[in-house]
Design a protein around this ligand. Structure first.
Ligand code: PMP
Ligand code: GLN
Length: 382
């Protein structure tokens, strides 16, 4: 008899990023869908990985991650956010930000728990919650600025609320949280048993002079938070799948119990390379300006089209509506755009569990100028 499987995620299909990148490749479309840069990463960092391999750093590092890298991260977050983080007990290197988020949720969630998550939400969040037997309490961000309605959060809290998930800069909308948002969050969670999961993978990609409001700035929040980062986003190497989680010693002890029997340790030579490279502050401090120029260039080019862009203050992304072009649903429109007009984007309904369709699509502008020009030339024909 062949055993039958009862899916733990019956409603989940293939992630939209794989679907749209596959469609883009099949139809030879310019890919402004999945979030990855098409420009080169720093060759010095490539050289350092190469060197680390040649120098023999090819065996396991400790399960927590290569200590000099954790020390470099602790120094960085102290300089940027004034956070006092212990490299020994509070940081774990992970195979990417997504894994860090999954591990943090698995560390704290039990069946029956509730997690407050804002939609549109990065597509891994809700499956990560549900695979742990917990329930996602989905709250809509306010359209069109995608801000959080904190009164709605207050009303959604029950005695089963275990985690509130935040993401700033936000994927897919480019919205960023302000100090006043963090103040609200602090008030709401103080004297509760609620944990915070803060997805800060786009920490350096904040525009228009707005500071990144990291949870790491707030010691009271750090008593209850897991903060997740991605080197892939910082160093233009999304395929490296390397990131880290910062928490406090007692939460991190539990996080590591999950991590050590799932992954154990992460690719050694890249950790050795990054430990050296992280002290080069210019490599990340200039990122916001670099991506802001791309956002602005794309926004200017898009004026030639009948798409209407919403605002984006961070991340790789900007959303847009297409009411002047079509009244199709966003998923059908994004597919037709790829197949017939050779530009791939992401339909924002993919970031809602119930596929809420506000007829918005997401563009990734982390691309070379010529890629953006080629895409807009095609979009201007619609
Ligand atoms: N969170 C968000 C909001 C993201 O956009 C990404 C992008 N990839 C991740 C987490 C995960 O990063 P990684 O590729 O390092 O897993
Ligand atoms: N974070 C990227 C995006 O939002 C994609 C990551 C992935 O493909 N899983 O497009």
């Amino acid at each position: 008899m062949i055993p039958s499987i009862h899916s733990k995620l019956p409603a989940v299909g293939t992630t939209i990023f794989t679907v749209m990148s596959g469609l883009a490749a099949e139809h030879n479309a310019v890919n402004l869908g999945q979030g990855f840069p098409d420009y080169d990463m720093d060759s010095e960092l490539v050289g350092l990985v190469n060197k680390a391999m040649k120098d023999g750093y090819n065996q396991y590092v400790p399960m927590q991650g290569y200590l000099p890298l954790r020390e470099a991260i602790a120094e960085k977050v102290h300089a940027l956010y004034g956070a006092s983080i212990d490299a020994g007990s509070d940081i774990t290197i992970t195979p990417g930000g997504t894994y860090a988020i999954y591990t943090a949720l698995t560390t704290v969630l039990r069946p029956g728990d509730e997690v407050i998550v804002f939609e549109p939400a990065y597509d891994s969040y809700i499956p990560n919650i549900e695979v742990n037997g917990a329930t996602a309490i989905r709250l809509p961000l306010r359209y069109p600025d995608y801000s959080i309605d904190w009164q709605m959060v207050r009303n959604a809290i029950t005695d089963r609320t275990r985690v509130i998930m935040i993401n700033s800069p936000h994927n897919p909308t480019g919205a960023v949280l302000r100090a006043s948002d963090l103040e609200e969050l602090r008030k709401i969670v103080s004297n509760t048993n609620i944990f915070i999961l803060s997805d800060e993978v786009y920490e350096h990609l904040v525009f228009d002079g707005i500071p990144h409001e990291s949870v790491l700035r707030y010691p009271d929040l750090m008593e209850r938070s897991f903060v997740c980062f991605s080197f892939g986003k910082v160093y233009h190497c999304t395929g490296w799948k390397l990131g880290y989680c910062i928490s406090n010693a007692s939460l991190m002890t539990e996080f590591r119990k999950v991590h050590q029997y799932n992954c154990f340790s992460v690719h050694s030579p890249s950790q050795v390379a990054l430990a050296g490279f992280l002290s080069n502050r210019e490599s990340y401090l200039g990122l916001g300006t670099y991506l802001q120029e791309k956002r602005d260039y794309f926004t200017t080019l898009m004026k030639q089209t009948r798409f209407d862009l919403l605002s984006s203050h961070g991340s790789y992304f900007i959303c847009g509506t297409y009411n002047r072009i079509s009244d199709e649903g966003d998923s059908a429109f994004a597919k037709r755009l790829t197949i017939e007009h050779k530009v791939a984007t992401i339909p924002v309904s993919a970031f809602y569990k119930d596929a809420t369709d506000n007829k918005v699509i997401r563009f990734c502008f982390a691309k070379k100028r010529e890629t953006l020009e080629s895409a807009v030339e095609k979009l201007a024909r619609l």
